[in-house]
Design a protein around this ligand. Structure first.
Ligand SMILES: C[S@@+](CC[C@H](N)C(=O)[O-])C[C@H]1O[C@@H](n2cnc3c(N)ncnc32)[C@H](O)[C@@H]1O
Length: 281
């Protein structure tokens, strides 16, 4: 097991297998993030004629909220486990306007100038070569089309993630508390990268919403099992050892929150919008 959480984040979030391993648990907690997806849709001003890409779509939290509001949603992720969950949703809901594909976001399969809007919620920020991912989004956007990204703020502004890391660190001091979940969490970096790939009218808005869980245990187990870096920490231990760590972490978190039910912790994210110029490309 790697000892540094910053390494763990980097090591795991760029691996499709790591995301497939957590896909079911990720999907089980996706409801806790619905406010983030809801706001992305409202700030994008979608219309029922839009053809949109949900890039690094995960298990489809955004896709599911979006598809009834637009003409077509193409859902794209390099994790087979995540796309499998979207396929199950399509079958059960007969959602005929969702088109899922397994693929690397740095090499999109779509033709040039295909989408009215591209959403990249909490996914593109993890690409090993973000600029390549951004260039691909620009290529597939129609002139005048809009890119909408969701990017997590630094860890000190992500109360849930910060608390989980602090709890783990209190029990396992070798687990350091990272400052960032990605290096894309400042306005300066974002503006530089988006203007660098030719997008204009860059708009960055910070919003904070609560993640909502029924109980402290629900929050702890959901996030530990649904996020690749935490799963790696857990899987690096014997079950008895993990049980003891879990009990101590829960006691730490209870000591901080003084509640066991309805745990609502704020997480801050940057909503980023950029437009592909009408007359380029
Ligand atoms: C934190 S999840 C976000 C999922 C979803 N967008 C959401 O808002 O719930 C990150 C997702 O990015 C995907 N991902 C990471 N790197 C990728 C890449 N290079 N190409 C395609 N998908 C990628 C992962 O498989 C995972 O499903």
């Amino acid at each position: 097991m790697s000892e540094s959480p910053r390494d763990l984040i980097k090591e795991t979030v760029g691996e499709s297998e790591a995301w497939s391993m957590v896909a079911k648990d990720y999907n089980d907690m996706i409801h806790a993030f619905s406010a983030f997806h809801d706001y992305a849709i409202s700030t994008a001003h979608v219309n029922d004629n839009d053809v949109v890409l949900d890039l690094a779509c995960g298990s489809g939290g955004l896709t599911r909220m979006l598809h009834s509001k637009v003409r077509k949603v193409y859902s794209y992720d390099f994790s087979i486990g995540m796309i499998h969950i979207i396929n199950s949703y399509i079958a059960s809901e007969q959602a005929a306007n969702i088109f899922p594909t397994v693929g690397d976001g740095e090499n999109l399969i779509y033709k040039d100038r295909f989408f009215d809007k591209v959403f990249g919620m909490f996914g593109l920020m993890f690409f090993p070569d973000r600029i390549r991912g951004l260039l691909e989004t620009v290529r597939v956007l129609k002139p005048g089309g809009t890119l909408i990204l969701g990017v997590w703020c630094p860890v000190k502004e992500l109360e849930m993630v910060n608390l989980l890391f602090r709890a783990l660190n209190s029990v396992l001091p070798q687990i350091e508390i990272p400052e960032h979940v990605s290096s894309m969490d400042s306005e300066e970096v974002i503006r530089g990268e988006l203007t660098g790939v030719g997008l204009k009218d860059i708009d960055i808005e910070k919003k904070t919403f609560n993640t909502m869980f029924h109980s402290l245990e629900d929050m702890f187990d959901s996030f530990i099992n649904g996020a690749p870096p935490f799963v790696v920490i857990k899987n690096g231990m014997q079950s008895g050892e993990w049980k003891s760590v879990r009990d101590q972490c829960l006691a730490f978190i209870y000591g901080e929150l003084e509640t066991e039910d309805n745990v609502n912790l704020p997480m801050a994210c940057l909503y980023v919008k950029g437009q592909k110029p009408e007359d380029n490309f």
